[in-house]
Structures are given as structure tokens and as C-alpha cells.
Design a protein around this ligand. Structure first.
Ligand code: HSE
Length: 291
């Protein structure tokens, strides 16, 4: 048996839609695999009632297929599905690492990125690497058609998870069809600022670089209480706030000494809008690890 922990991740970070991603130190999924003649799946943990155990419909079933590695797979969910925290990517990344080790395939983490992305596509409808790359490699990642670039970063983050369900499929239907040249110039500037901030562990630059005038405004209406949570977080010291992945999670960057107040301010702000929420005080973390 092989057991792997893979972290929650936050994709996009505002200006890096479908490109940027970051591994979070918590929460995480745990996946255990044992060789079998055909693949079967058991799911426990948070949101298990929303996750199909049929291998044809589950992200890890697609990973087992792609690696030609049939197994009995137990998924202990720590990352809530449809949260914007890369729930399916965490399971897919953990399964990819576990099955690779179980069958001695010898793939590198970079080589497992497209494998895990295929698994995630079963759930989201699109194979994109911005969650699976940090789930596999850790740190801050830049996923493009030419591959993944990983940056070590040490930045304090707060993720607030309102009790709302937003599926990635639905969140992609509200995306604008195109963007202006002005928005392109602004986005390049913000994205470059964010990368510089990650390289320097600078929460001011990261927060400033998360601004986004294209995708985030189009999705904000899907997250009831989003504007109130952003304002509340900024008022107590968050340097940047945006939708985590396709939502409804909300990601804030801050200095370590403000993370508690930022977390409470966001939860209180959602509460004030009649939405239950919980917050994770977290930071940029490691990728999947064999336990
Ligand atoms: N980049 C993706 C999106 C992440 O925002 O739709 C969601 O998995």
C-alpha cells in the first residue's frame, strides 16, 4: 500500500488566470492505493456525498487509467469539493504520485502534471494545469503550454470558504469572450508584479499583483458576500484579495501578524451577508508527499 498527502491549491491569483497556482500548507487530501485487477474507489471525509465512486466519473479513476495502474483507491477528503481550493486536483495529484510509486513507473513530478490534469478534466470539463502543478510540485507555479515553472515562496495566505457551492464548469460559463488591449496591458503588469513578489516573499507586491479587471469581476456575482469579504480583509491589513480558483473560496494575502484578524474579518463579513464561512490561516506549502 502507498499513502500520499496532496495539498489544497489556489489557482489564478487574480491576474494569472489558468496560469498561476500556489500550494497551500493546509487543508489536504490523503489517498491510499493498493494493487488490484480493476480500479475501485472509496471516498471518506468532507463533501464525500458529492463525489462519485464510479471510476469512470471520478478524477482518480482517470489517473489510474492514464497510468495503466488499476488499484483499490481510498480517498480521505480534507479539501471540500467545489470550493475553489483545487479539491479534484488534490485527489488527482495524490493518486498520480501514489500509483506511480505503487507500480514503479518512475515518472517525474513534472511528467505527472498532464496525467493529473487529465484526471481533473473528468470533473471540470477542461484539462488545465494551474491546480495540479502546485499540488504536485509545491510552491508557486506558472503553468503554460511550454511547461511548469516553480518558484519557492514564503507568503502568508488566508483562504475563506463560504458555505456556497460554485462548480468550475458553471464558473467558466460566465467568462468574458475577449478582453481589451488596455486590460491586457494592465494584466501583464499585475502578473509580472505578482511574480516579482513571490520571488521576493513580498506580500505587498503579491497583493498588488493579484488585481484583475477581466475574470474576477465576471465571477464575483457567483460568490454572495464577496465584496464585503474583500473590503473587510483589506480594512484589517490584507494586501490583496481575490477569488480562489473558480470560487467560492476567497484568497487573501497578508503579513504573518495580521492573518488572524484577516481570517476573522472575512468570516464576519460573510456572516453579515447571511453566509456561513470558515477560514484557513495558511501559507505557501509543499507539494504531494508520500507518507
Ligand atoms: N483556472 C481555473 C478556473 C481553476 O479559474 O476556471 C479552476 O480549477
Amino acid at each position: 500500500m502507498v499513502t500520499v498527502r496532496a495539498p489544497a491549491t489556489s489557482a489564478n491569483l487574480g491576474s494569472g488566470f489558468d496560469v498561476f497556482g500556489v500550494a497551500l500548507s493546509r487543508p489536504a487530501d490523503i489517498v491510499r492505493v493498493q494493487k488490484a485487477t480493476e480500479t475501485s474507489i472509496d471516498v471518506t471525509g468532507v463533501g464525500r456525498q458529492f463525489i462519485p465512486e464510479d471510476p469512470e466519473e471520478n478524477t482518480v479513476g482517470a489517473v489510474a487509467d492514464a497510468l495503466d495502474a488499476p488499484a483499490h483507491i481510498e480517498i480521505d477528503k480534507g479539501v471540500r469539493p467545489a470550493s475553489g481550493l483545487g479539491s479534484s486536483a488534490a485527489s488527482a495529484a495524490a493518486a498520480a504520485v501514489a500509483l506511480d510509486a505503487l507500480y514503479g513507473r518512475g515518472y517525474s513530478r513534472e511528467e505527472l502534471v498532464p496525467v493529473a490534469a487529465e484526471g481533473e478534466a473528468v470533473v471540470s470539463g477542461v484539462a488545465h494545469d494551474d491546480n495540479v502543478a502546485p499540488a504536485l510540485l509545491g510552491g508557486f507555479t506558472i503553468a503554460t503550454k511550454r511547461g511548469v515553472t516553480r518558484v519557492d515562496a514564503d507568503v502568508t495566505l488566508v483562504v475563506c470558504l463560504p458555505d456556497i457551492v460554485v462548480s468550475t464548469r458553471d464558473a467558466r460559463t460566465v467568462l468574458p469572450a475577449d478582453a481589451s488591449l488596455e486590460a491586457l496591458v494592465e494584466t501583464v503588469g499585475n502578473a509580472a508584479t505578482l511574480v516579482a513578489g513571490m520571488c521576493r516573499d513580498d506580500p505587498d507586491l503579491v497583493g498588488a499583483g493579484m488585481r484583475d479587471s477581466v475574470v474576477t469581476p465576471a465571477r464575483a456575482a457567483l460568490v454572495e458576500g464577496y465584496d464585503a469579504a474583500c473590503t473587510a480583509a483589506r480594512d484589517v491589513g490584507a494586501t490583496g484579495v481575490t477569488i480562489s480558483g473558480s470560487g467560492p473560496g476567497v484568497l487573501a494575502v497578508c503579513r504573518p501578524d495580521t492573518r488572524r484578524v484577516v481570517a476573522s474579518a472575512m468570516v464576519d463579513a460573510f456572516d453579515g451577508q447571511g453566509v456561513d464561512a470558515r477560514a484557513y490561516q495558511t501559507r505557501v506549502g509543499d507539494g504531494a508527499e508520500i507518507l
